[in-house]
Ligand binder design. Structure first.
Ligand SMILES: [Zn+2]
Length: 74
């Protein structure tokens, strides 16, 4: 699978889309996200519509070496 950065996005059971540096968690698998939350992967169709976790998004940008868009800067 194409993976340009050392993390993957996964919707969690907490209804937020997190990023994780673990191997792509399967549906129903526990994973630890970049923001430090441990949750269960929810790969249901609607799960991909969950909002992106702000903390994971910021950390993912840092890991990728990409500046955050100004609109999202805090
Ligand atoms: Zn997160």
């Amino acid at each position: 699978m194409f993976r340009p950065h050392p993390f993957s996005w996964r919707p969690g059971a907490d209804r937020v889309r997190h990023a994780t540096t673990q191997d792509m968690p399967r549906d129903g698998a526990r994973f630890e996200s970049l923001c430090g939350v441990t949750t269960t992967a929810d790969c249901g169709e609607a799960a991909w519509l969950h909002p992106t976790c702000d903390a994971c998004n910021a950390e993912a940008h840092r890991v990728a070496g990409v500046p955050m868009p100004l609109a999202n800067a805090r």
